[in-house]
Design a protein around this ligand. Structure first.
Ligand SMILES: [Zn+2]
Length: 406
């Protein structure tokens, strides 16, 4: 399958190799097929609990050495299965903590491992276990994910979805936050086959029907979950209502000090793919161009920062003739796929129109195959006008017209 340019960053954190497939395998495959980057973290080794004997307490290194063969096999299966779902090998992290004994570690150690990956990936979507799962490893992983992604000012906001692992998710006595009642269903008709193939890759975990680990059981569950949304197959998730800090962006006029950041964003390889001129711009020529833009009175550049004062992106307006401005946008590549493009375009367009009463129309030109940016402009209230050719490439023109005063 040919991958589209990366759109979202998705993190999946599961306790044992195969939980990720049981819980959200088809959803993972769907993200990957859309061009999203999926990073998978598997906390425990999935095998050492089977030989664990508290009478002969071995240290962890010895235990791992003794179980090397089984651990290697399970790791190999995890990689095969992930490849089927479309996760690249470098994005599969096997933490190899002691199986069914995650409670033997300091909770902080588990949280820190997840936080480290969170910082590297900056995901906007997270999938993990359900808080009231009977399996203690599952519970611990869920709590550690919620802790690692706890809201804090300037922190990142991710949507967290909790998956079901039949049948450990249903066996617990519901307490506090209740039993697993899904409130989010993903139609996975197109990728359900891949989930079953990925499950088959875990040969060492295969059981006969009606065991919940059998392929047939999982297929039946998918069909049942699909009924909730009238789809042939679905995966079901529970999502807590969003809590805590909403990251607010602040807007200010650009200064000479922003030059280097904006140059670096502009030269990012992923960003350049979406631009009309794709060559790398040397800093000296950017510097000269940027200085002119700041000083010639024909452009307005706004820079947006989050609450930690990290620059999120810039929106530039160039004044054209006849009451029209053209707009161009650059996000800090670190923040792409978090839905902030729409927000900064909306805020900047309002600010421009409020401050310049003679401007009535703002125009944007977007490459025809850059459907992500087209959606972003549409969401910000821009209306698709026509197709055109710019620098020998097919493009679409969007326009935002100042509402007439009543
Ligand atoms: Zn598990």
């Amino acid at each position: 399958m040919k991958k589209k340019p990366s759109q979202k960053k998705v993190l999946v954190v599961a306790a044992h190799p195969d939980d990720e497939v049981l819980g959200c395998g088809a959803t993972i495959a769907q993200h990957a097929a859309q061009g999203d980057r999926v990073v998978l973290v598997l906390m425990a080794d999935g095998v050492t609990s089977r030989t664990y004997d508290p009478q002969k307490s071995m240290d962890r290194v010895k235990e791992m050495r003794a179980n090397r063969k089984d651990m290697d096999r399970r790791a190999q299966e995890a990689h095969q299965s992930s490849a089927i779902l479309g996760i690249s090998k470098a994005d599969v992290h096997l933490m190899n903590l002691a199986d069914q004994r995650l409670d033997s570690y300091a909770f902080l150690d588990i949280v820190k491992r997840i936080e480290l990956i969170k910082q590297q990936v900056l995901p906007s979507v997270v999938y993990t276990h359900f808080w009231n799962d009977l399996n203690l490893d599952h519970q611990i992983v869920c709590r550690a994910v919620l802790t690692a992604f706890r809201p804090k000012p300037g922190g990142i906001n991710a949507d967290i979805f909790h998956f079901e692992v039949p049948e450990s998710t249903y066996l617990s006595v519901p307490h506090r936050r209740g039993a697993f009642v899904p409130n989010h269903f993903v139609d996975v008709a197109k990728t359900f086959k891949l989930k079953l193939q990925a499950l088959n890759a875990y040969q060492s975990e295969q059981r006969d029907y009606p065991d919940f680990r059998s392929v047939k059981f999982i297929e039946e569950l998918g069909i049942n979950r699909g009924k909730a949304i009238k789809a042939p197959y679905a995966e079901a998730f529970a999502q807590l209502p969003a809590i805590g800090f909403q990251t607010k962006l602040t807007m200010r006029a650009a200064t000479h000090e922003d030059s280097r950041d904006i140059w670096a964003w502009r030269n990012d390889p992923e960003v350049r793919k979406q631009m009309f001129s794709k060559e790398v711009i040397p800093f000296s020529s950017h510097q000269k161009w940027f200085k002119q833009k700041l000083e010639d009175g024909q452009s307005i550049i706004y820079v947006f920062e989050d609450q930690g004062q990290t620059k999120v992106g810039q929106v530039r307006f160039d004044m054209e003739d006849d009451n029209t401005a053209s707009v161009s946008v650059n996000l800090n590549p670190q923040f792409i796929g978090r839905g902030w493009g729409t927000e900064i375009i909306t805020q900047a367009t309002q600010a421009l129109l409020n401050a310049n009463s003679d401007i009535s129309t703002v125009q944007a030109e977007v490459l025809k195959d850059n459907t992500v940016s087209q959606k972003v402009f549409s969401k910000a209230g821009y209306v698709r006008q026509r197709e055109c050719t710019k620098e020998k490439q097919s493009a679409v023109v969007f326009a935002f017209c100042k509402p007439e005063k009543a």
